[in-house]
Design a protein around this ligand. Sequence first.
Ligand code: FES
Ligand code: FES
Length: 160
Amino acid sequence: MAAEEKIWVKFKLNGCQVGKQISPRRTLLEMLREDFALTAVKEGCGKGECGACGVLFNGYPINSCLKLAVTLCETDEILTLEGLAEDPLMKKIQNAYVNEGAVQCGFCTPGMLISSYSLLKRNPNPSEATIKESLSGNICRCTGYEKIVSAVKRAGEESD
Ligand code: FES
Ligand code: FES
């Protein structure tokens, strides 16, 4: 059997221009975890239903399990939780999650934080309905969601 042809992909990742030769079938999720060791990006369902694999793509949250890595182009920018570690708004959100008790097993947390960050970046004072809508693509099997919603509200208030 002929070896599968690999394709060069170049893009901006967490502030750095990067390049990688990859299989055309590789998802963005697989490439981030396996080729770049960015393990804050979690694989839950692998089919767009849980939000655990959330990253920012050109500033907007997407499920990285649904995007083929070869579709990225040089001007595209991917931000994972690792790339936002020093961001003041992300730090506020993480503190609010801790203070509200919004983390249990933590598996959903990186995806939740990405969605929360994306929302608060655009709307620092979202209503409860807006928070719930913004997090509706993220599934948590542990917390019952109320503490997560409270954490996002608190982070927004503390950003005023
Ligand atoms: S792993 Fe991507 S949405 Fe569940
Ligand atoms: S804290 Fe366990 S899945 Fe959300």
